[in-house]
Design a protein around this ligand. Structure first.
Ligand SMILES: [Zn+2]
Length: 153
């Protein structure tokens, strides 16, 4: 259990505070939002209380409060939110380019995706777009070589 000065230190920082009331002595307190979710003794009555709030901290150390959903890296990992759909398509066709057939499609989709992302800087997926473009380009060339080889051979 942290000593009393734990709260005194917290009370010193009144910027961006969370206001809450101790359930034991009804004292209203204002603590820095960085302590949200932490438990410690009440400065008035000493009972163990937990500060409400407490959004899980972003692993990238950013402040998720002001960010829109497309900027939230955690959500972006799970859902294609805010990602260019062209990049999504280019990425998949790039993957399928290993099977040779959609390589030119991946190439075209990759180019469209990069243009699309340039026009909408908030969109993500540049990695996929470039992947689709590169894979599409490589396998388009390979396919052309194989075709030429098949015709001449
Ligand atoms: Zn209390």
């Amino acid at each position: 259990m942290p000593p009393r000065f734990f709260w005194n230190a917290i009370w010193g920082k009144r910027t961006m505070g969370i206001e809450f009331t101790c359930p034991y002595c009804n004292r209203t307190m204002n603590v820095a939002s960085q302590y949200a979710g932490q438990t410690g003794p009440c400065g008035q009555c000493g009972q163990a209380i937990t500060i409400p709030g407490g959004e899980p901290k972003s692993p990238f150390g950013s402040t998720p409060a002001q960010e829109d959903i497309g900027e939230n890296a955690g959500i972006r990992l799970l859902l294609p939110v805010g990602r260019s759909l062209w990049a999504f398509a280019a990425g998949y066709f790039g993957l399928f380019s290993v099977l040779f057939f959609p390589a030119p499609i991946a190439l075209v989709l990759g180019i469209i995706a990069i243009i699309d992302i340039r026009r909408h800087p908030k969109r993500h997926g540049m990695g996929r777009a470039i992947f689709g473009l590169v894979m599409g380009a490589i396998f388009s060339v390979l396919r052309a070589i194989l075709l030429v080889g098949a015709i001449s051979g």
